[in-house]
Design a protein around this ligand. Structure first.
Ligand code: CP
Length: 316
């Protein structure tokens, strides 16, 4: 068993091996123990400086990374595009290189453009962690989701995971599919045809448009957020109304009870309550939504710790 990641950056799940993911999970197990102590802090990244660059809105991911970095004793810089010189026309590479000139070791970046993290990793001299790039990838969300399934059910291999909703616009769905496939779970997607990517079968998943049947099939249902801000970006209205979407693809208490067995309910957040999921289900005993958020800190600590281990001492 290796104690090193096979990659120097976390750009997407595609670049990780199953062994990398298992290593991240084992490392996160250790950090979960740290987070249960009265003093929730270790000195592991005392000599590391991390810049958190958020060019797109975020609540969970931004706070979770910041907390993970503080728990590891890293020095941190927080940058948000709304109050920066990117508004004056500065390029992404210039912005990041100016920040790196102040001796930054790692960059955690959220960006609206797919591929932004890969682009940055090729142009700047720092470890890059993708905190979500457009509709492309959200690797730490997929890792914390799979970690939460493992924690709840004791395994990921062989678990039947249903991902419901706006697959077309979802970086969470794509990263989850890749992560779950690597770990040996079975994955089914469910949603309107207009919210499925083209060539979806090539992703190695089952596809259905019948939510009630899909819910009976699964052990875990991950109810994705309808990405209201991205609907119609291609000039097409993706569904007639939120009311109709909620009737066909939303999960409420009555639909949950009709399944006739217990399943685990997940949601990456932020939730459109009453659209993809009602409060009755989101706040029920079947839901592990807040466990996902809690686990995000330990999983992100693990990712940062393992990537920092790949920075040579001389370079620090
Ligand atoms: N799940 C997730 O990425 O949430 P935020 O957009 O709030 O970071």
């Amino acid at each position: 068993m290796s104690d090193q990641l096979s990659t120097d950056h976390l750009l997407g799940i595609r670049e990780l091996t199953a062994e990398d993911i298992e290593l991240i999970f084992r490392t996160a197990d250790g950090f979960k123990e740290v987070l249960a102590r009265p003093i929730k802090k270790v000195p592991s990244l005392r000599d590391i400086t991390i810049a958190n660059l958020f060019f797109e809105n975020s609540t969970r991911t931004r706070i979770s990374f910041e907390l993970a970095e503080k728990r590891l004793s890293a020095d941190i810089i927080n940058f948000s595009s709304s109050s920066s010189s990117t508004k004056k026309g500065e390029t992404l590479v210039d912005t990041v290189n100016n920040i790196l000139a102040m001796k930054v070791d790692m960059v955690v970046m959220r960006h609206p453009d797919p591929g932004a993290a890969v682009f940055l990793s090729r142009h700047v001299d720092a470890r890059i962690v993708n905190a979500g790039d457009g509709t492309h990838a959200h690797p730490t969300q997929a890792l914390l989701d799979a970690y939460s399934i493992r924690e709840k059910l004791g395994r990921v291999k062989g678990v039947r995971v249903l991902i419901v909703g706006d697959i077309l616009h979802s970086r969470v769905a794509l990263s989850n599919i890749q992560c779950l496939n690597k770990l040996g779970a079975e994955v089914m997607l469910c949603g309107p045809t207009t919210l499925m990517p083209r060539h979806v079968e090539s992703l190695g998943v089952k596809v259905t448009h019948d939510l009630d049947k899909a819910l009976k099939w699964c052990d875990v249902a991950n109810m994705l957020r309808i990405q209201l801000e991205r609907q119609g970006s291609d000039g097409i209205a993706n569904f007639p109304s939120l009311r109709e979407y909620a009737m066909l693809f939303g999960l409420d208490g009555e639909r949950y009870r009709r399944i006739g067995k217990d399943i685990v309910i997940m949601h990456p957040g932020p939730i459109n309550r009453g659209v993809e999921i009602t409060s009755e289900v989101a706040d029920s005993g079947a839901s592990i939504i807040l466990d996902q958020v809690e686990n995000g800190v330990a999983v992100r600590m693990a990712v940062l710790y393992l990537l920092a281990g790949k920075i040579s001492r001389a370079a620090r």
